[in-house]
Write a protein that binds this ligand. Structure first.
Ligand code: FES
Length: 187
């Protein structure tokens, strides 16, 4: 299966995006720390911190990694072929059955928490595995172009974080989806 990417460029650009997204989140981090110290809430209740991200520099087929709540998040601009592969996968073949439609708000944009559901490694953006998505090199979990687990020890699909499109080119990671798109959140 041919899933090619300009690895060197993607890696360099990934770094730039991580840096800029982190910088954009600084205000949120500073504002949130006193709250965390006082309340000590469970990690998954900290969906308050939001990261706004400009999608416009991302070209089809490219994956960038940003940081949200100290976790890496993949943003992938899928090609028409990748979308079709994700949509055509029979649910009966899936370990954690979920339609592609339930995992995206716009088919072109796949947004995922980049934490392997086996033991928490970060799947590789360069090794796309047997299903064109991601390979987690720690123990060989293969994810497809919807971030669903297809092979290997991981039990669950990569999680979809809450997010909201502010415009065609701006997304707010951490924001509750608008009601019409609420089904895009996994779980
Ligand atoms: S942590 Fe990813 S396969 Fe084990």
């Amino acid at each position: 299966m041919a899933h090619t990417t300009d690895n060197a460029n993607v890696t360099r650009r990934d770094f730039i995006y991580v840096a800029s997204a982190s910088a954009a989140a600084v205000g949120g981090i500073v504002a949130l720390w006193p709250f965390i110290d006082q309340m000590n809430p469970a990690a998954d209740t900290l969906a308050l911190k939001e990261v706004e991200f400009d999608l416009s520099p991302i070209v089809p087929g490219q994956i960038v990694t940003i940081e949200w709540q100290k976790k890496p998040v993949f943003i992938r601009r899928r090609t028409p072929e990748e979308i079709k592969e994700a949509e055509d996968a029979p649910l009966a073949d899936l370990k954690d059955p979920q339609t592609d439609d339930a995992r995206v708000q716009k088919p072109e944009w796949l947004i995922l928490v980049a934490t392997c559901t086996h033991l928490g490694c970060v799947p590789s953006n360069q090794l796309k595995g047997d299903f064109g998505g991601w390979l987690c090199p720690c123990h060989g979990s293969h994810y497809d172009t919807s971030g669903r687990i297809r092979k290997g020890p991981a039990p669950k699909n990569l999680a979809v974080p809450p997010y909201q499109f502010l415009s065609d080119t701006k997304v707010l990671i951490g924001a509750a989806p608008k009601p019409a798109a609420a089904t895009a959140e996994h779980g």
